[in-house]
Design a protein around this ligand. Structure first.
Ligand code: PLP
Length: 376
């Protein structure tokens, strides 16, 4: 948690549950990433947290944006971003949303299928398009499966077709999975894209851009590689596979820019046991899976907690949310331990929750209001 967030919490004592996010930290993360990957253009993945103060600060820093929907495109434009700096990166788009983005000036679009490419040819004529390919997601704590991307062979055919349809066959993208804790998947993906560039050049199509997607990890409960190490691995692989004919490099960080800028503050609603001799206490908070902590699904993302009793004896706990749905259990198998002194009414802080939390909150499940947000 940043000093600014700690001060705000002490002085304001905001009602729970809420997210408090230090926008200065987002700017620091942006600069650190720029330093780690100086040749890359940063397209912030808006879906990680579309809070207007974040988009406005990043616009001021000269960031580009990766939007997942026409609505997100509009949020970027409202924050002052020039449409030439916005990429419509979802491979699944309604044709009328493509047309709306194109009419607003957006000229860069992702696709991974022939049907989507034909929509782009009709509704975004002449735009820069890039094809997303499958890559290995091994090592990602939040992998992305086969929902996105296509095989390299298909990408080759589609990029040739893109040119024939009057589009600008611009480049290739991939995503190694979110919260990626290794560098090997980036290296393997870059090797694959390098081959695709050569194959397409032989077929008469000269691509100009590689989009490395997101995945850059943040520290939750366990250590992750530093961004400088990941940047060096990526640039090493780019040099190995592209020599001195480096294409334009795009990265789409989401989590890395915003996660550690934010802290969720919650209140303990109940601490109980299921049997008198049961060593495991159940700790119910006023935020859970439906309040925004969706990435606890499968206990994939394991957040760190702070309590007023830290440093005193701890015992095993299961941590759950407040709703009447058993899916609303956050951690049962990940060996969480919290202080024995923890009791209802205590405020707890859930660290590095600035990414993929606010927008995942349900509207009114069980009557609970969506998560309150404070940008400072
Ligand atoms: C979600 C997403 C990102 C951001 O991923 P992070 O792991 O948060 O960095 C980037 N690009 C695309 C296409 C995405 O879908």
């Amino acid at each position: 948690m940043t000093d600014k967030v700690a001060r705000f919490l002490a002085e304001t004592v905001p009602a729970t549950p809420c997210l408090v996010l230090d926008v200065d930290r987002v700017a620091e993360n942006y600069r650190r990433l720029q330093t780690a990957l100086p040749l890359a253009r940063i397209y912030y993945a808006v879906k990680a947290n579309p809070g207007a103060p974040i988009l406005e600060r990043l616009t001021g820093l000269g960031s580009f944006f990766d939007a997942a929907s026409w609505q997100e495109v509009q949020m970027c434009l409202e924050a002052g971003a020039d449409p030439s700096r916005v990429s419509y990166g979802n491979t699944i788009k309604k044709e009328r949303d493509i047309a709306a983005a194109y009419a607003a000036g957006v000229r860069m679009f992702a696709f991974d299928s022939e049907a989507e490419l034909r929509k782009l040819a009709r509704s975004a004529p002449g735009a820069r398009v890039y094809c997303r390919v499958f890559v290995e997601n091994e090592g990602a704590e939040w992998p992305l499966s086969k929902k996105f991307g296509c095989e390299a062979e298909m990408a080759k055919t589609l990029m040739v077709l893109a040119g024939e349809l009057g589009l600008d066959a611009f480049g290739i993208s991939f995503h190694v999975g979110s919260q990626q804790t290794g560098t090997a998947p980036y290296k393997a993906a870059i090797a694959k894209v390098g081959m695709l560039f050569s194959d397409l050049e032989a077929a008469g199509v000269k691509l100009r851009m590689v989009n490395l997607g997101g995945g850059y990890p943040v520290r939750y409960k366990s250590e992750v590689p530093e961004i400088e190490e990941i940047g060096a691995a990526i640039m090493g692989a780019m040099a190995e596979h592209f020599g001195n004919a480096l294409p334009e490099i795009v990265i789409e960080p989401g989590r890395f820019l915003v996660a550690d800028a934010g802290t969720v503050v919650a209140e303990v609603v109940l601490v109980s046991r299921k049997g008198e001799a049961d060593p495991v206490r159940w700790v119910y908070l006023d935020i859970g899976r439906f309040g925004g902590l969706a990435e606890t699904e499968g206990e994939a993302i394991r957040y760190a907690f702070r309590t007023p009793h830290d440093g005193t004896p701890e015992g095993p706990v299961t941590i759950a949310g407040p709703t009447c749905d058993s899916v609303d259990t956050l951690y049962e198998k990940s060996n969480y331990r919290l202080p024995e002194a923890l009791a209802d009414g205590d405020r707890v802080e859930i660290l590095s929750t600035g990414a993929y939390v606010t927008t995942y909150a349900s509207q009114k499940f069980n009557g609970f209001a969506p998560l309150a947000e404070h940008y400072i």
